[in-house]
Design a binder for this molecule. Structure first.
Ligand SMILES: *[C@@H]1O[C@H](CO)[C@@H](O)[C@H](O)[C@H]1NC(C)=O
Length: 332
């Protein structure tokens, strides 16, 4: 290669690297823009007395309150299985479809199953109207459990922790809870079958799509970045992915018991894994790989649908169509 060509090659390399560098720097700036600036807590409110948790932790001072909570679930009923669906306040469409689909399965293989939704406070300009709509929705269905933390993606860990508080306070007599995301397809009979199986433990039991050796992501430009200063280990303890996990109802109280010793990070399911590790409890793999599916090839075959417990979908309408196919009967 003559020197002119080499020179040209250098220019090309430098020219193509510059936009990448700019892209990353811009990404980093944008990321920090999303992080709420520290707000001085008003001295009057006892509830606001926490430190700014920073971008990687969440404020979970253990004194959030439930402001909507009149569901009969676990009060006048003792279900075998409770399905808890974390939702955003504005997700009314999704809630309605779930109420028609798997959320409507109340007696499965002789077992009582109930579905409730958990959410925080609406934010933004429309918050007031949204809150009124939520109240009306709840008057009709009595299945909303609302806590007074601000609902946002960054606050999902708080949502999970207050869900555990609610379960520990009310559902000690019930057997199992599944936390399931709103656009996940759930085959309720297959889940109940697994939970009734004599080989399924009814204490210290948590299963789902367990991530063993999940790496702590160190690239600051991607989702779920976690600096070494927050988590020094290179791997998270094993945890079931947040889209759908099921646990025996002795666990909520136990997890809450150790959680003051484990500072909450914003990654909800990884935090659960950290608390489980502190408890000395390991998640259990489901007996079959076909039971929990993440990003499978869609549409699922009748054979996969007949074996699945929970699967991600491309959206709520596909979720409903899977549910209808299963109801009409699917075989392998
Ligand atoms: C999370 O909730 C807390 C309590 O309501 C709130 O102070 C904080 O701003 C919320 N964080 C985000 C990112 O919404």
């Amino acid at each position: 290669m003559d020197s002119k060509k080499r020179h040209l090659k250098h220019i090309v390399i430098v020219a193509s690297v510059i936009p990448i560098v700019i892209y990353f720097i811009a990404g980093k700036l944008l990321m920090y823009r999303d992080i709420p600036a520290h707000k001085k807590p008003p001295a009057s409110s006892a509830e606001q007395h926490w430190e700014d948790p920073g971008p990687y932790h969440v404020a979970y001072p253990r004194n959030y309150r439930f402001i909507m909570d009149d569901t009969p679930t676990c009060r006048t009923t003792t279900p075998f299985l409770i399905l808890v669906v974390p939702v955003a306040p504005s997700d009314v469409e999704k809630r309605n479809i779930i109420r028609q689909a798997w959320g409507n399965e109340k007696l499965v293989l002789g077992q009582q199953v109930e579905t409730v939704f958990i959410l925080g406070l609406p934010r933004g300009k429309e918050a007031r109207q949204q809150q009124e709509k939520l109240q009306q929705e709840n008057q009709q269905h009595h299945d909303l459990i609302q806590n007074n933390f601000l609902d946002s993606y960054h606050n999902l860990t708080i949502k999970t922790m207050v869900m555990l508080e609610w379960l520990a306070a009310h559902c000690g007599e019930a057997s199992f809870v599944m936390k399931i995301d709103s656009d996940v397809f759930l085959h309720v009979p297959n889940l109940v079958k697994l939970l009734l199986d004599p080989s399924t433990a009814n204490q210290n039991y948590i299963t789902g799509l367990v991530w063993w050796h999940g790496p702590v992501l160190r690239n600051p430009f991607i989702k779920f970045y976690m600096p070494r200063s927050v988590i020094a280990e290179s791997e998270y303890p094993p945890y079931p992915l947040g889209l759908a996990y099921v646990m025996s109802l002795d666990l909520p109280g136990k997890i809450l018991g150790v959680s003051p010793q484990v500072k909450p990070i914003y990654i909800e399911d990884a935090y659960l894994g950290m608390c489980l590790k502190r408890l000395g409890i390991s998640p259990t793999d489901p007996p079959e790989r076909t039971m929990f599916l993440i990003n499978p090839t869609h549409p699922l075959s009748s054979c996969s649908l007949s074996k699945v417990i929970a699967s991600t979908t491309t959206g709520i309408s596909q979720m409903k169509s899977y549910w209808e196919r299963v109801r009409q009967g699917v075989h392998c």
